[in-house]
Structure formats: structure tokens, C-alpha cells
Design a protein around this ligand. Structure first.
Ligand SMILES: Nc1ncnc2c1ncn2[C@@H]1O[C@H](COP(=O)(O)OP(=O)(O)OP(=O)(O)O)[C@@H](O)[C@H]1O
Ligand SMILES: [Mg+2]
Length: 261
């Protein structure tokens, strides 16, 4: 942690706002993430966690504020926003994203899912892309699934492929949006293990999660979001042992309650 605080800032968000119609979902978010930091975001359903992550790689267009990734201002932009322009693709290729629903291509093999973006977006050589994909499959423990189709895999395996696919673009940052929420409980651990390994290797990660044990063990910092703002922020110890705001206390109590139902 002490070494990470000296690292350069790789995500800088100032006064970020997002509205859908007249409904303001994000009401001025501030966030600085240092290289190698693991930041977990917790908070009640509808508080804007996914919308915030989606703004970070411009899957969603913010309404106001600014976002810089690796010191490059990606919002506001000079060009108008078109969903598929090359500049956006380039930005997203540095900011990997792993979703709750794995979003793998069902008609492509595991290997082809992983090499697709490096070939198309990065223009990588096919042989190199395949070698890299095989190494990534080894890393996530799925070497033998190279030629399988996603539907033949368990949810945990599919999510590990999705992580390998994100890594194939050699991202500087990976955003995870509840990566284990769609999984059967017995498959959660294998995905969290891969994420822990990435954290230990120094990957910068922003993770929306309901896995409080994981957040406590792996996060350098935890943000509690509520109603479109960061209501409280601190180390896992601060957040779980000494919550200051009443809303965070209530949220933690509600989680404890549901864990015993
Ligand atoms: N495309 C959209 N159009 C209109 N409203 C939206 C859109 N996307 C999200 N919202 C609204 O924004 C609010 C925040 O949604 P968001 O998905 O960011 O919350 P969340 O904190 O991720 O919740 P959860 O824990 O349930 O995933 C919700 O009220 C949601 O209905
Ligand atoms: Mg969400």
C-alpha cells in the first residue's frame, strides 16, 4: 500500500455526473486510482455503481465532469460521441472490462473469443495472438479448454475465459462489474482466486462487488456508493470496522442480515 501511494495516478475522475433524461444517476464522483491499486466499490442496488464503471471506459457518455486515464483526458472529448469510433476503441482497449454476464461469443471457441479483439482492434499477428491466448488460458487454469465452446463450460470457467479475453488486450486497468454475482456459490472462489493473482501481480483494478470478504482481503481502498455519490471511502478496516456514515452502517447491517437468512 505505501509503495502504491507513490505510484502515478492512472485514473483521475473529477465531478463526474451522469443523467438519464431528467434523472441524475451520478452526482459528482471524484476518484484517483494509483497504478497497481485495487479499489472495490460497494453499495446498494441502483446507487450507480455500474453506470460509474461504464463511464470510466466510455461505454456510457458522462453528462459532466472529467475523466483521465493514464494522464490522457478521455472526457470531455473534442469529437462528438459515436459509439464505435476508433478513438473510443483505442481507449477501451487500455481499460478492460469484465461483466457479470460473461458476454462471450457463443459461436466461437474459447481461443477465438480471446484472439478476436487483439486481431481486429490491435491488428496483432495471428500466431502471436494465439501464443498469447494460450499463455493466458494457462494463467486462468483453462489450458485444456482452448477449443471448447462457451456453452460447454461452467459459469466459473466462462468468467475465467472472459478475464483472459480482457487480459489479451494487455490493458493497463481492468474494471470488474460484479464478476461473481451470476455464479453458483461453489464457483465463486475460482474466479476470485484469478482476480487475487492479478492483484498480486500489480494489475490496477476497480471492482464492483458484493463479496465483502474478498473486498476486505484484496482491496487497498473501498468506496461506498449511495444515491450517485461516494458516501464514504477508506481502507477495508475503516469501512468494515469503523463505518462513519449512518447509510454505510445500515448497508453493512443489511448484508449481515441477508447472510444469515
Ligand atoms: N440506460 C439507462 N437508462 C435509464 N436509466 C438507467 C440506465 N442505466 C441505468 N439506469 C438507472 O440508473 C440507476 C443506477 O443504475 P446502476 O445499474 O448504475 O446501479 P447499480 O448500483 O449498478 O445497481 P446494482 O447493484 O443493482 O447492479 C438505476 O436507477 C437505473 O435504473
Ligand atoms: Mg450494477
Amino acid at each position: 500500500m505505501t509503495t502504491k501511494t507513490a505510484n502515478k495516478t492512472v485514473i483521475k475522475v473529477k465531478g463526474l455526473r451522469k443523467s438519464f433524461g431528467s434523472h441524475e444517476i451520478l452526482s459528482g464522483i471524484e476518484l484517483d486510482v494509483r497504478q497497481g491499486e485495487v479499489v472495490c466499490i460497494i453499495g446498494p442496488s441502483g446507487s450507480g455503481k455500474s453506470t460509474f464503471l461504464r463511464c470510466l471506459n466510455l461505454l456510457e457518455e458522462p453528462s459532466d465532469g472529467s475523466i483521465a486515464i493514464n494522464e490522457e483526458v478521455i472526457y470531455p472529448r473534442k469529437q462528438s460521441f459515436s459509439k464505435n469510433d476508433m478513438a473510443l476503441r483505442r481507449i477501451r482497449s487500455h481499460v478492460g472490462m469484465v461483466f457479470q454476464q460473461f458476454n462471450l461469443w457463443p459461436h466461437k471457441t474459447v481461443l477465438n473469443n480471446i484472439i478476436e479483439a487483439p486481431l481486429l482492434v490491435r491488428g496483432k499477428d495471428k500466431k502471436d495472438a494465439i501464443v498469447n491466448a494460450e499463455q493466458l488460458l494457462m494463467k486462468v487454469g483453462l489450458k485444456e479448454k482452448r477449443d471448447a465452446y462457451p456453452t460447454s463450460l461452467s459459469g466459473g470457467q466462462q468468467q475465467r475465459v472472459a478475464i483472459a479475453r480482457a487480459l489479451a488486450m494487455d490493458p493497463k486497468i481492468i474494471l470488474f462489474d460484479e464478476p461473481t454475482s451470476a455464479l453458483d456459490p461453489e464457483l465463486v472462489g475460482e474466479v476470485l482466486k484469478v482476480m487475487k493473482d492479478l492483484a498480486a501481480e500489480g494489475m490496477t483494478m476497480v471492482i464492483v462487488t458484493h463479496e465483502m470478504g474478498f473486498a476486505r482481503d484484496v482491496a487497498d481502498r473501498i468506496l461506498f456508493m449511495d444515491q450517485g455519490v461516494v458516501e464514504e471511502e477508506g481502507s477495508p478496516l475503516d469501512i468494515f470496522s469503523q463505518p462513519k456514515s449512518e447509510r454505510l452502517r445500515q448497508f453493512l447491517m443489511s448484508i449481515l442480515d441477508s447472510a444469515f437468512i
